[in-house]
Design a protein around this ligand. Sequence first.
Ligand SMILES: *Cc1c(COP(=O)(O)O)cnc(C)c1O
Length: 388
Amino acid sequence: MFKLSQKLQSLPPYLFLEIDKAKRKARSEGRDIIDLGVGDPDQPTPNYIIEALHQAAQDPSNHRYALDQGMPALRRAIQGWYKRRFNVNLDPETEILPLIGSKEGIAHLPLAFLNQGDYSLAPDPCYPPYKGGTALAGGKLYLMPLLESNAFLPDLKKIPIGIRRKAKLIYINYPNNPTAATAEKDFYKDIVEFALKNKIIVISDLAYSEIAYDGYRPCSFLEARGAKEVGIEFHSLSKTYNMTGWRIGWACGNAKLVSGLAKVKSNIDSGIFLAIQLAGIAALEGPQGHIQQMRTLYQERRDTLIKGLNALGWQTEPPKATFYVWIKVAERMGSIKFAQRLLEKADIIVTPGVGFGKYGEGYIRMALTVSKERLSEAVDRLKKAVRW
Ligand SMILES: *Cc1c(COP(=O)(O)O)cnc(C)c1O
């Protein structure tokens, strides 16, 4: 009775639930856990955005179903933000679609374009919804290993001809979660060329476009010439405005891709709470000064952690973007075992790299979402803990 569908069964067990369980158990034992596992900003949403929600929530006209396509004013705000940030023009009528968080859109897009047995090209390690969305749409996965030797970029030349023919989608994500790698215009140019030649849809995930350091400014896939002919880009207010719990993001790019996704969604959800859309407009059009403050905060944390780890001999590179540090660990010990040891011996939670895919084995991910003081404390604990 009640057997899960084969599609659902085909999904890997969600490692992060296991970690959560271990974390709760440790906390219930009264241990002082330093959680470097979650990619969720610890800082509050800026006040002007909360104020906008507060006001909008009091207006009964905002309590009704929203339009599927999102408010025209929100699409125009996204258009303006995008133009200012990347100097790319988007048509708010046909090339922008607000989402209930970008994860939702990323996971739903394959339903619009994959047929049974079609392939998605997914980086590995990766943000889990690329694989999950493909599996739930009945697609197959071809994994593109992200290796340190190739700067954690996929090697397009290695994708076999037979797979290229059967592939409908390729996922890219820079600045990257979990490796913190970044990509430049040349890479996007190659991707556009590859996609045009093989008739493959490009899905670019730019959730970390604003989380970058030392003055570095990540570019957008859509800045590459011809990108709009082949691709769609996903953006999120979650990391930029500390709004992970609010659930708001958007997709933009090729009009056919945008409308395909909109059609799937019109069968599944009924839009974003209007008050949250109005708060989203406030976020995108309001004072942006807090973003630089946030970068400075993460950058200080990054420097504290990297300095501490390197003093322990861990030889870790400071990331140019994202709030993650991707760290190579002893090869002999699996990353899950390594993470378990850290929890047991030092009360520190990290994410084992293998949780993001098999090519993540041998690495752990630490998130810079706790204070500098706690990061120093984490380093002290590592120093005291047994030798690794
Ligand atoms: C956090 C994150 C997102 C954003 O998710 P939302 O659903 O918009 O909160 C998307 N992609 C990656 C790689 C992320 O890490």
